[in-house]
Ligand binder design. Structure first.
Ligand SMILES: Cc1cc2nc3c(=O)[nH]c(=O)nc-3n(C[C@H](O)[C@H](O)[C@H](O)COP(=O)(O)OP(=O)(O)OC[C@H]3O[C@@H](n4cnc5c(N)ncnc54)[C@H](O)[C@@H]3O)c2cc1C
Length: 373
């Protein structure tokens, strides 16, 4: 009987398996129903930023940034981490909230600042900045989410973890393990219902377009998250491409069966993204879409994950609500401690306690302009 069974081979399950082995837990098996990274993880835009409203989440994201930037040395694999810098825009009316979140970040050691008037042009002069306040995080960037997940899984395998692909778990009790960790993204609620725990997660489809910038655009812009009415973000990629998506929490009102998520984005979505992009970055006019995709967010009522025990010998790490990629190294380290020692000493996970939903004790976000953690 394995000491620990991990269900799910997305970035969370792979990181948890790796960290369990690194923590000296020597009989670990990871079950992934398809291939490693075959769920939403590999479709993530995988932006790694520290701009959050909760100090705990800033610390967890900072851990991720450190690990991804040194992945070859720490994990022995390639993360594809590419530093782009991040501009966070909010309406002028939300300047105080933006400033508060910058202060939360700085309090946790993040390199970030509220930009004084005139400073934006030094970073990105092509943005239509009227009516917006900006914060800048120069160390932010993005990863290749598949490479990170495969890298964690391969390092776990080298350390003795059994990685079982093509291994769908139907019944948790049939796993016959001392401890089961369920990290099955939007498929988690159905599994945890077997042990009487109700995880309130919605599977919300989200769409991403690949926009080819026009000739003559010049150097790529930084990553931008615009929390004004546009609710738009874009990430610069090689070959003059921006990956463009929405920050609008409203899109999570629409739910799908996670096994039936469409592959691409709709024409209407791309048209709306295109209009918003050109109004924010007028120099992008004249570009064109070069494809799109869709994938599912596993959204909890407060847009924060559930990490902790839900039944005797059963731990959950799910509900990452569209912003979990960057947290995976910290989640792996914390869950390995939960398994080995019964509690995490690296992070006080009380805020993310799975029992909070039943208690009605949701995480409050002080963002003002967003719900994303
Ligand atoms: C389009 C998009 C953009 C995003 N952008 C960002 C971003 O910029 N920054 C950021 O930090 N985060 C981002 N995220 C969120 C981030 O990617 C996710 O929070 C993270 O990948 C979740 O990982 P996971 O391992 O929990 O879940 P998943 O990737 O859902 O993995 C769960 C795995 O469990 C497997 N599984 C399910 N049921 C079973 C079963 N019964 N038995 C065995 N295996 C099972 C599935 O096949 C799947 O591989 C984005 C997400 C999306 C979809």
């Amino acid at each position: 009987m394995p000491e620990v069974a991990v269900v799910g081979g997305g970035v969370m399950g792979a990181s948890i398996a790796y960290h369990l082995a690194a923590a000296g837990v020597d009989d670990v098996v990871l079950h992934e129903r398809g291939a490693i990274g075959s769920g939403p993880t590999s479709r993530s835009t995988a932006v790694v930023r520290l701009h959050y409203s909760q100090p705990l989440v800033v610390r967890m994201a900072a851990h991720g940034l450190r690990v991804f930037a040194s992945f070859r040395e720490t994990v022995g694999a390639v993360s594809g981490f590419t530093r782009t810098g991040l501009l966070v825009a909010a309406p002028e009316s939300e300047r105080a909230a933006l400033e508060r979140n910058v202060a939360v970040g700085r309090g946790e050691g993040a390199t970030t600042e509220l930009l004084p008037a005139g400073a934006l042009v030094e970073i990105e002069p092509r943005l239509a900045a009227e009516g917006l306040a900006f914060a800048f995080e120069p160390e932010a960037g993005y990863c290749d989410p598949y490479l990170v997940t495969a890298g964690f899984a391969e390092a776990a395998r080298r350390a003795g973890v059994r990685i079982e692909e093509g291994s769908p778990v139907k019944s948790l009790s049939a796993l016959d393990a001392g401890i089961v960790v369920v990290a099955a993204g939007p498929w988690t609620p159905a599994l945890l219902a077997q042990v009487g725990y109700e995880l309130p997660v919605r599977a919300a489809p989200t769409e991403i377009g690949r926009y080819r910038l026009p000739g003559g655009f010049g150097s790529l812009p930084p990553t931008v998250a615009d929390f004004s009415a546009r609710q738009l973000y874009f990430v610069p990629k090689p070959d003059g491409v921006l990956e463009v998506g929405t920050l609008d929490p409203e899109h999570a009102e629409r739910t799908v069966d996670p096994d039936e998520c469409p592959e691409g984005a709709s024409r209407e979505t791309l048209a709306a993204f295109g209009d918003a992009l050109v109004s924010l970055l007028p120099a992008a006019a004249g570009g064109h879409w070069r494809g799109s995709w869709s994938a599912v967010y596993d959204v909890t009522p407060d847009w924060h994950p559930a990490i902790g025990h839900v039944a005797e010998g059963v731990i959950v790490a799910a509900g990452f609500s569209g912003h979990g990629f960057k947290l995976a190294p910290a989640v792996g380290a914390a869950v390995a401690e939960l398994v080995r020692d019964g509690r995490s000493t690296s992070y006080d996970l009380g805020l993310l306690d799975p029992g909070r939903f039943a208690r009605g004790d949701l995480v409050a976000t002080t963002y003002g302009y967003s719900v994303l953690g």
